[in-house]
Design a protein around this ligand. Structure first.
Ligand SMILES: *Cc1c(COP(=O)(O)O)cnc(C)c1O
Length: 427
């Protein structure tokens, strides 16, 4: 089986641990992450950066899955963090993560978040728009500080992925457009604004991308722009090429090995440096999904089975949209396994339905699955990214716990919320 999963005694195992026992021990719904897989992915990216560029930094995109323990693991692996909010920065700092390896990237930062980042010595801020540029400058000047800034650019590259997760094209809410001249104007502005050191440029073309070509194209567009800035007397030292590497959710996904991506993109980067007579910048990449998603599974207990003759069978589980809103958001497909019948054939095609009061609260439709009945444990695979981090309290359902497994042991890294937690801010 994929994703570090195996089968033993008819049960699904993750990191060698019986998932049915995990469900019994910790309750369901339960997120389970295989720590070795997370670390392995970090090392693969880090090694590629070292081999392909020599200088650079892998910045894990914390929005994929953020909690203190995850930040500690990233710190332990010596990589950086690409954060999108004061809350993520706070989490990282609380976990003892060094501020200089944190990048703050989002499309609308609040003044207090910018101030918080500057006060705490966050290494780089990626600026999204002209108003923000002035605000960062003002806040930095008031604090007597100089901030290392990157400009988020839209390279105008359309990657083949879901529309909701495409970000590099001109009609996107993220960043400055290169083709309209907006980006050049902004760069000239920063070069003279006080409190800001225009150190770099940044792009992120989308997510769950299975091709290398759009990344190569984006890199090339970025270098054309860096060369144009050089001609204007502006030196760019940092280049972030973003994240977006695809992973396998179902057999339809054929991900590119990350090493192949790194080799081809770095070859294009070197060729661009030669062509434009530029020095190799400090290269950053920002993988999120590819570090967290494959390592995670979610365990649920089946509560009901409803067959509507000639139409479909609903398998009702004790979680759903509150812990995994991705099917409701994007119709994202997943692979499901009955954890206590993992060696049986997937003899049925079912709809897995969540527990909240929304017909759209589904984990998936037309999913092949073993025959499932009340009391069975269903595992949904590759849920390590954009599940816990997108969780909501809809219907006042407390958030599920997160457990990590490693070396044959399991431990809670985020405890399960209680009913009291639901009311903690209620007056
Ligand atoms: C979301 C995001 C990432 C991570 O994307 P993945 O698809 O999870 O790898 C990286 N950089 C930026 C700026 C992002 O918005």
């Amino acid at each position: 089986m994929t994703n570090g999963l195996t089968v033993g005694n008819g049960h699904l195992l993750t990191g060698g641990i019986d998932t049915v026992e995990l469900a019994e021990q910790y309750g369901t719904p339960l997120y389970v992450m295989d720590e070795d897989m997370i670390r392995q992915a970090c090392r693969e990216f880090k090694t590629s950066i070292d081999e392909c560029y020599g200088r650079g930094m892998v910045c894990y995109a914390t929005k994929a899955f953020c909690c203190k323990e995850m930040c500690r693991i990233m710190n332990d692996e010596g990589i950086g963090l690409d954060t999108v909010s004061g809350g993520e920065i706070y989490t990282a700092l609380s976990a003892g993560f060094p501020a200089e390896r944190i990048v703050f990237t989002s499309n609308n930062k609040k003044d207090e978040e910018i101030a918080f980042a500057i006060d705490n010595g966050v290494g780089r801020i990626t600026c999204d728009n002209i108003e923000e540029l002035y605000r960062i400058s003002d806040i930095a000047v008031k604090k007597g500080r100089t901030v290392r800034v990157m400009l988020r650019l839209k390279p105008g590259v359309e990657a083949h992925t879901f529309e909701a997760v495409m970000t590099g094209q001109i009609d996107s809410k993220f960043g400055f457009a290169i083709e309209t001249g907006e980006a050049l104007k902004a760069a000239k502005k920063v070069a003279v604004l006080p409190g800001i050191d225009l150190a770099g440029v940044h792009c992120h073309i989308g997510s769950q991308i299975h091709d290398i070509a759009p990344f190569e194209k984006a890199a090339e567009v970025m270098f054309e722009f860096i060369a144009k800035l050089r001609d204007e007397g502006i030196t760019i030292k940092d280049l972030s090429l973003g994240g977006g590497f695809g992973i396998k959710y179902t057999d339809k996904d054929v991900p590119v090995p990350y090493g192949d991506y790194m080799k081809r993109v770095s070859a294009r980067v070197r060729e661009c440096c030669d062509r434009f007579g530029l020095e190799m910048p400090f290269i950053m990449i920002e993988p999120g999904r590819s570090i967290a998603a494959p390592a995670g599974i979610t365990l649920y207990t089946v509560g009901s089975r409803k067959t509507i003759p000639g139409i479909r069978t609903y398998i009702g589980i004790d979680g759903g949209m509150p812990d995994n809103p991705r099917y409701a958001l994007y119709k994202s497909e997943y692979t499901a396994v009955v954890a206590n019948k993992a060696d049986e054939p997937k003899s049925e095609t079912v709809t897995i339905a969540g527990r909240t009061c929304e017909s759209g609260d589904l984990i998936g439709e037309n999913m092949p699955l073993q025959h499932a009945e009340a009391g069975d444990i269903v595992a949904i695979l590759a849920t390590g990214a954009y599940n816990y981090s997108m969780a909501s309290h809809y219907n006042r359902v407390p958030n599920a716990a997160v457990v990590m497994v490693r070396d044959g042991k399991s431990r809670v890294v985020v405890r399960r919320e209680t009913f009291e937690d639901m009311c903690v801010n209620d007056l």
